[in-house]
Write a new protein. Sequence first.
Length: 186
Amino acid sequence: MNPIQELVHNFQELLGQVPEFLQPIILMLAATIPFLENEAGVVIGIVGGLNPVLAAVAAAIGNFASVLLVVMLTSGARTAVTNRVDAREAEAVAAGGSAATLVAARPARPESKGRIRFKRWLVRFGVPGASILGPLAIPTQFTASILVAGGTSRRWVLLWQGVAILLWTTISTILVWSALRFVVGV
């Protein structure tokens, strides 16, 4: 037995000590963590000896649940901020000023390089492209938060984040299963 096969075998024994009904829940929890997400959940599940389909479904559900939570929280924060800005502008107009004067009085902050790059990327590829390509650079939770904070519809973001999660989970599952099966020989 080579060292990788031994490592996989030991990990499977360790995971085998956890009750079977808890194993998918552990994968779901692992998939909620940014930077680990569904890809790490799939690896943990398949290397741990779970059925690849079960590991993929559990990881995808966990990742989507965390994205859903982030989208709802970000949407609520954005609504609160925009309502507050609108109220201030209404107060300024009622006090005899104009909304344009209030906006002109705000100090202009230069946009960061990252924000400029993201806006360019969003204009070029749209929400579908940002959602599908986003996991190559940043976690899905961050991508979803940026999109919703920028004013994109929650439904549109959730739809495309779901598509991206399914796509990347499927790719990860096939790659991990194939590597274990054909390269490692487990």
